[in-house]
Write a new protein. Structure first.
Length: 287
């Protein structure tokens, strides 16, 4: 396998201009990348102009980057039962899907949301309902990838079973546009051990049994400052948290996960330098 075929990269800033993310991503060795199509901290983005779409598609065509995925904004909480916030969340999610659609981005990673005290089952019901509303309002090809969470506060989706429950709760026509993004930091913090060869295999097998690996369309490669089962969502650079560096070697060499894009979201004051180093390391891990 040539390094070009190893589907690894990082989150890349598109703050300057959407199409500029390609050059930034290439400069640190990304083969795949994740971007925001608008600020991650706002409800709605300004309309993407035809000129921007053209520039983005032209850059994508020329680029060595094989796939772009997007992460939805952090304000969105479709599990909420608070009328104003859920209205804004649905509107924002529809905007996010439509932005992906016009840019030709196949996957939008979404945090399932927090029930804010209403209870887990109520929250999951809300997520199912509002996912259907958003997908109905934004027909197209872009899929929502529900990200597994660490389980901090009243966050939902920290158990694989909950993600499965959400997907299964949606009608078949919407289910086709739903997948999973597996975050290693969140999984570990939520109590899924991946620190020994046996526990790693067991967790991946469990994920396959509960959800099916064919539904996992993206992986976030992050180490965790929080201990196993701590439910603390704090990403760490690879090798600096509680997940052994070797775990990332198993992931990179796991044939069942080979076709899934793998994205770093590790923290640093100098993210570009860290990600360049980690992308290189991950590529070297592949034997
Ligand atoms: Zn996320
Ligand atoms: Zn993540």
């Amino acid at each position: 396998m040539t390094t070009k075929e190893i589907l690894v990269g990082s989150h890349v800033s598109s703050a300057v201009a959407l199409h500029s993310a390609f050059r930034r991503g290439e400069s640190i060795g990304c083969v795949v990348m994740q971007i925001f199509t608008k600020s991650g901290r706002s409800w709605l983005g300004s309309k993407i102009t035809d000129k921007e779409v053209d520039a983005f598609k032209a850059a994508a065509k020329k680029s060595s980057i094989k796939m772009v995925i997007s992460h939805a904004g952090y304000l969105i909480n479709i599990a909420s039962n608070k009328t104003d916030s859920v209205k804004n969340s649905i509107k924002s999610l529809i905007d996010e899907i439509e932005r992906c659609e016009i840019l030709g981005i196949p996957y939008l990673v979404l945090h399932p949301g927090s029930h804010l005290g209403a209870g887990e089952n109520k929250g999951i019901e809300q997520i199912i309902n509002n996912t259907e509303i958003a997908l109905e309002a934004s027909p197209g090809k872009t899929m929502i990838l529900l990200e597994n969470m660490a389980g901090q506060g009243t966050n939902l989706g920290y158990k694989f079973d909950q993600l499965k429950q959400i997907i299964d709760g949606c009608k078949t026509k919407y289910r086709k546009r739903l997948g999973i993004c597996l975050d290693t930091c969140h999984a570990f913090a939520a109590g899924y051990d991946i620190s020994t060869p046996e526990s790693y295999k067991k967790t991946i097998k469990y994920l396959d049994e509960v959800i099916g690996l064919e539904h996992v369309k993206a992986i976030h490669l992050n180490d965790s400052y929080g201990a196993l089962g701590s439910r603390i969502d704090r990403h760490a650079p690879l090798g600096e948290g509680k997940i052994p560096l070797q775990t990332f070697e198993w992931i990179m060499n796991d044939k069942k996960l080979a076709d899934i894009p793998k994205i770093l979201e590790t923290p640093s004051d100098n993210e570009m330098a860290l990600w360049a180093k980690e992308i290189k390391l991950l590529k070297q891990m592949v034997v």
